[in-house]
Design a protein around this ligand. Structure first.
Ligand code: GDP
Length: 300
């Protein structure tokens, strides 16, 4: 939490500050409520989610006759936490079962942080005593497979690659097969994300999924979203949720200029749990997503 707070404090405790100035007034008039709304929207919470949140907060403040800054802050914290659906299952299904490795598909647009996240997740699993194999199913960019293999070396995981320009589904198939044959615990498959060609991308991802499923079901499909792309990133996310059953979101680059409210918008718009957050480019810059701790960090 301390680390998360430090990372977020640079840019994201925007509501913290905005809110305090509003709350130091004698009473919450219309202008004050508008300011609260504005600060939530500018923190990337999204218009719909903000309106729903502020409406509930207003109702609580009215019913409970809230007076103090601390109380309103507490109530906002509770509403934000509720908006993040704290009851959702955020565990990662990475344990081997039925005598075969768990298979994790990693999807998202280019540059979102797929390869980096594969490396970081592998690192966490290996530190936990698991064996991991990486599948470089982004065969369109030679650099992508290279970068994944570098992560593999760094964290101690074998990388299965195909020829450049080869069939991504066949690399994914081979990676899972190799994982089964060598008794690996978890196979992480890095995919391509060329959004310029939506139809091609959908066909390709659908095929990767189907081919991998010849070995058994995919256990986890992680959608990697770059938090700095804000609401636009959410629109792009739909393309992926339409093609593959996304089971969890990883929100990357929350260490930079991203506004943390995007997590609430993701939860609200996609209804898929945010499972992990990326907090930097290094191997250890990955954290499980914890709604209550996150809201605390966000409010500063
Ligand atoms: P991919 O195209 O989706 O595989 O994206 P990459 O994994 O290659 O990442 C794109 C860039 O974003 C790289 O320069 C990464 O180092 C950087 N990156 C990925 N995750 C994070 C993160 O959580 N924080 C920051 N600051 N940079 C990140």
């Amino acid at each position: 939490l301390v680390r998360l707070r430090a990372r977020l404090s640079r840019s994201q405790s925007v509501f913290g500050k905005g809110l305090l100035s509003v709350l130091s007034r004698d009473h919450l008039d219309e202008d004050a409520w508008e300011e609260i709304e504005d600060s939530l929207i500018s923190a990337d919470v999204g218009v719909e989610a903000t309106q729903a949140l502020v409406e509930r907060l207003r109702e609580r403040v009215r019913v409970l006759g809230t007076r103090t800054v601390a109380e309103v802050r507490q109530q906002l914290a509770e509403e934000l936490t509720a908006a993040l659906e704290p009851g959702m299952d955020r565990s990662l299904r990475t344990a081997p079962h039925d005598g075969r490795p768990a298979v994790v598909l990693v999807v998202g647009v280019n540059g979102a942080g797929k390869t980096t996240t594969c490396g970081k997740v592998a690192r966490v699993l290996i530190a936990d005593g698991r064996t991991v194999l990486l599948g470089a199913a982004d065969t369109f960019r030679a650099a992508a497979a290279e970068q994944l293999a570098t992560w593999g070396e760094r964290v101690g995981a074998e990388t299965v690659r195909g020829p450049e320009g080869g069939d991504p589904a066949s690399v994914a198939f081979d990676a899972v097969k190799r994982g089964i044959d060598t008794g690996i615990d978890t196979v992480l498959i890095d995919t391509a994300g060329r959004l310029q060609n939506k139809v091609g991308l959908m066909d390709e991802l659908g095929k990767v999924k189907r081919v991998v499923e010849k070995h058994g079901p995919v256990d986890e499909t992680l959608l990697i979203l770059d938090a700095t792309t804000g609401q636009n990133g959410l629109e792009q996310a739909r393309v992926f949720t339409d093609v593959v059953d996304v089971t969890g979101v990883v929100l990357t680059k929350l260490d930079g200029t991203a506004k943390g409210g995007i997590v609430i918008a993701v939860q609200n718009k996609l209804g898929i749990p945010v499972k992990l957050v990326g907090l930097g480019e290094g191997p250890d810059d990955l954290a499980p997503f914890e709604p209550a701790a996150f809201v605390e960090a966000l409010l500063g």
